[in-house]
Each structure stands twice: as structure tokens, then as C-alpha cells.
Design a protein around this ligand. Structure first.
Ligand SMILES: [Zn+2]
Length: 148
């Protein structure tokens, strides 16, 4: 498919439209700005797992999760706030934190755990499980066997 045909804005552009999905739900090409080569893009790849909890997935590969991308956005907005402070940056960070909380609430409910209710001031800094990626009090992973 010609990417210019899938541009929902209908604006003719020399470059491709914004974000393109190249692997449904898992891999995306993100537009890159100020690059000397117009064809360059950045790849955002989410982890793909197989099993009963992952319908439609036929293979597995590493990648990140949505929460980690949100943490990067929050960090970047903090930096942008240092450059040019504004109230909108505070609102953006608060909404991103709310998104993080919703991801963790969703995971807790799916795992039969008590969902976090409080909107933590710095939920993006909560320690996360290296296996599932959820914040520790939402993690439902089996702890590693004692090797003593
Ligand atoms: Zn875990």
C-alpha cells in the first residue's frame, strides 16, 4: 500500500505519513525529524510473546512495553519543562502518569490482584519486574527458585 494513500489527514507530503505499523500491535516505524536522509525512520518494537494469553501471536521476539514508552515520554517532558516551562507540560505528565496507572490497574485485575488506586506522584519511578515489566506490587511472576 502506498503510505501516502493511508494518510488520514489527506495532506500531500513529500515524506511518508506519521507512524506506520509494520507488525500488527508490535512494530512501528516512527517518523524521524532533522535527518539528512528522508527515508530514515526509527523502529519502536514491543515484545511479542506466545501462549494462551497472547491470541494472534504466532512467534515471539523481544521488545519494550507501553509503560516503558510512557516513562520515556514523561522523562522527556521533564526535560522540555526545563527548556521552556509551561502549565501544559504539567498536565501532560499528569495524564501520562494516569495512563501508567491504568496499565498497572489493568494488569492487576487480570492477575487477580488488588489494583492500585492511588495516583502516585512518581509512579514512573516505581521499580519494575524484569520479567513482566509491571511495577513490583502488580507483578504476578513466580519468584525464582531458591538456589541455596
Ligand atoms: Zn513480574
Amino acid at each position: 500500500m502506498n503510505s501516502s494513500l493511508s494518510c488520514k489527514r489527506g495532506v500531500a507530503r513529500r515524506r511518508r505519513c506519521k507512524m506506520q505499523c509494520v507488525e500488527l500491535g508490535h512494530r512501528y516505524l516512527l517518523d524521524q525529524y532533522d535527518a539528512p536522509d528522508d527515508t530514515q525512520a526509527q523502529i519502536l518494537q514491543f515484545m511479542m510473546r506466545v501462549g494462551k494469553n497472547y491470541p494472534f501471536n504466532n512467534s515471539a521476539h523481544p521488545g519494550t512495553n507501553c509503560q516503558e514508552v510512557i516513562r520515556a515520554l514523561i522523562h522527556r517532558i521533564h526535560y522540555l519543562q526545563l527548556q521552556i516551562p509551561c502549565q501544559e507540560n504539567h498536565q501532560i505528565v499528569n495524564l501520562l502518569r494516569e495512563c501508567l496507572l491504568l496499565f498497572e490497574r489493568r494488569a492487576a485485575i487480570r492477575h487477580g490482584l488488588l489494583p492500585p488506586i492511588d495516583h502516585r506522584e512518581d509512579i514512573e519511578n516505581e521499580p519494575t519486574c524484569p520479567t513482566c515489566g509491571h511495577i513490583n506490587f502488580v507483578c504476578n511472576c513466580t519468584p525464582p527458585e531458591n538456589t541455596q
